[in-house]
Design a binder for this molecule. Structure first.
Ligand SMILES: *Cc1c(COP(=O)(O)O)cnc(C)c1O
Length: 350
């Protein structure tokens, strides 16, 4: 038998959990469709043109996942035997199934940044000597913004520009895993165009805070997107009337970006509440919609998650000592109030 707490689950495991809103479903139902493998789906084209235009870049490719857009970019920028430079916490390195090795046949130079963010100095020290035949050619630098494992923090534009200049002077490509880029933009007030100028390619997820059921976009130069389109097909990712999903993406870009601010406010409230009522040793600085908590007294992350679950609160363990909460479109102020009530009355008293 389910009790009342279990019935009203407060699910903060991920911002991928959101369900399409009524307005988004209406947009999907009304979408004009065609076959995207023939490049004849007008709604897919509209989404791709819209995204490319927002970033001031030439072209875009709509794909099922952010893993695919990242992997297509890495493959398109490199040749087998090249090396990719990124932080050791990067999604492309940790959470894409070793795809860099499998798809692009490249090695990775994982750097020890700070909360998942690397500096131009870190990158400079990691660039191999192109004349030394012992070393793989350093071909690509990839940043992640916001940083998932790093607690949702974001980069300073000055740091990005410095790393970009380094890439250009060493003939290296510069890719952004911007799965949650818009979470950074609503905080900094920076524009997608600034990012379009800084990077050679950008991946953004529509399926996270923007609330789409499915979808990511790779944005970049025409030539790169052409290569990515070919590789997507090779991987079985040529999809037909994908416009029904692209319509959700257009809706999200038109309506849901400013709402991310609300997710961030609720994340700061989660921080306050867990600090007040749960046994936490540390909360990583909350910058956007991710709250990373280190349980106190050596309590394993899995045990912390299990005790939260007894209160109907769903969060996830990251390794043995970190727990992640993520706010999203389907986590309301009313649920936030329930979150506080449950921790106040039920959690870990004594
Ligand atoms: C979610 C995410 C991705 C892509 O994940 P998919 O589930 O493949 O869409 C890529 N990078 C980061 C940082 C992410 O959080």
């Amino acid at each position: 038998m389910m009790n009342e707490v279990q019935q009203s689950r407060l699910d903060l495991r991920s911002d991928t959990l959101t369900l399409p809103s009524a307005g988004m479903k209406d947009a999907m139902a009304a979408a004009v469709l065609g076959d995207d493998v023939y490049e004849e789906d007008p709604t897919v084209k509209q989404l791709e043109d819209k995204a490319a235009g927002m970033f001031g870049m030439e072209a875009a490719l709509f794909c099922p996942t952010g893993t695919m857009t990242n992997q297509l970019a890495i493959k398109a920028h490199t040749r087998p035997g090249d090396e990719v430079i990124c932080d050791h916490l990067a999604h492309i390195y940790r959470y894409e199934g070793g795809g860099i090795a499998v798809n692009a046949l490249c090695s990775v130079r994982p750097l020890q940044g700070i909360n998942g963010r690397i500096s131009a100095g870190d990158v400079r020290d990691a660039i191999n000597n192109p004349d030394d035949i012992h070393q793989p050619p350093s071909r690509l630098v990839a940043l992640e913004n916001t940083v998932n494992r790093g607690g949702g923090g974001y980069y300073d534009m000055a740091v990005i520009e410095e790393i970009g200049a380094l890439c250009r002077s060493h003939q290296m490509a510069f890719h952004l895993d911007g799965a949650r880029l818009f979470n950074a933009l609503v905080e900094t007030g920076e524009t997608p165009e600034q990012y379009g100028r800084a990077f050679d390619s950008i991946s953004i997820c529509l399926s996270k805070g923007l609330g789409c059921p499915v979808g990511s976009l790779l944005i970049g130069k025409k030539e790169l997107i052409g290569k990515a389109r070919r590789q997507r097909k090779l991987m079985g990712g040529g999809w037909r009337q994908a416009g029904i999903l692209a319509a959700a993406g257009i809706y999200a870009l038109d309506h849901n970006i400013p709402l991310l601010k609300e997710d961030h406010r609720r994340a700061r409230e989660i921080e306050r509440i867990v600090k007040q009522y749960a046994p936490v040793a540390e909360v990583l600085p909350v910058a956007t919609n991710i709250v990373m908590v280190r349980p106190a007294g050596g309590l394993p992350a899995a045990a912390f998650v299990a005790r939260m679950r007894e209160q109907g609160i769903y969060c996830v363990a990251f390794g043995n000592d970190l727990v992640r909460f993520v706010t999203h479109l389907d986590f309301t102020d009313q649920q936030l109030a329930q979150f506080e009530d449950r921790l106040k009355t039920g959690f870990m008293q004594g």
